[in-house]
Design a protein around this ligand. Structure first.
Ligand code: ADP
Length: 166
């Protein structure tokens, strides 16, 4: 009888331990996302601090490339904003100098990066976010961060070949 109770007790203990492990793991997953350090932050020589902050926040850099966007690529990248009042200013900015394109990976990568980057308008971005720290206007807001896993994949593929992201 006592042995049976010990057995049941041991089984229950194992069950609850498993539940704890599942609960701790629940809601987190390694996920890739896509990020650009925009020309305004590059001109201000802030790319080192930005990359340091990304690494400090736990992101792994899967791929990284310094590129200069031509007009056609910049327009394709921001196609959804064509015709909006800030369109010309945005394309001008994105073609004004080199950018750093990065594929990043982290826990809940897309949402975590958006949180770290902050609101579009740096003045409305929370203290400590990268746009609050490095952005100077709504257009010149230092970084782009993909807004979904699907868009992250599409945007990454504009800069990196599939074999570069294995
Ligand atoms: P986010 O980059 O925060 O996802 P959007 O996708 O809406 O924001 O806009 C893309 C980029 O266009 C922004 O990062 C910013 O550079 C620029 N932008 C967006 N809205 C405005 C605005 N109202 N005025 C000036 N520039 C803007």
């Amino acid at each position: 009888m006592a042995r049976g109770v010990t057995y049941i007790g041991g089984t229950l203990l194992l069950f609850f331990r498993s539940c704890t492990i599942v609960a701790l793991g629940w809601g987190t997953m390694r996920e890739r996302t896509f990020c650009i350090i925009k020309p305004d932050a590059m001109l201000a020589r802030q790319e080192g601090k930005i990359i340091d902050a990304l690494l400090g926040a736990g992101f792994d850099i899967v791929q990284m490339r310094l590129v200069r966007l031509d007009r056609a690529t910049a327009e394709r990248f921001y196609e959804v904003h064509r015709g909006k009042p800030f369109w010309s200013e945005l394309v001008e900015l994105m073609t004004s100098g080199p950018i750093v394109a990065m594929v990043l990976e982290g826990e809940n990568g897309v949402a975590a990066l958006r949180r770290l980057v902050g609101a579009t308008n740096p003045r409305q971005a929370e203290r400590g976010t990268l746009r609050r720290r490095f952005g100077t206007s709504t257009t010149r807001n230092a970084l782009h961060a993909a807004d979904s896993a699907g868009n992250a994949a599409v945007e990454s593929s504009l800069f990196f070949a599939p074999e570069e992201m294995e």
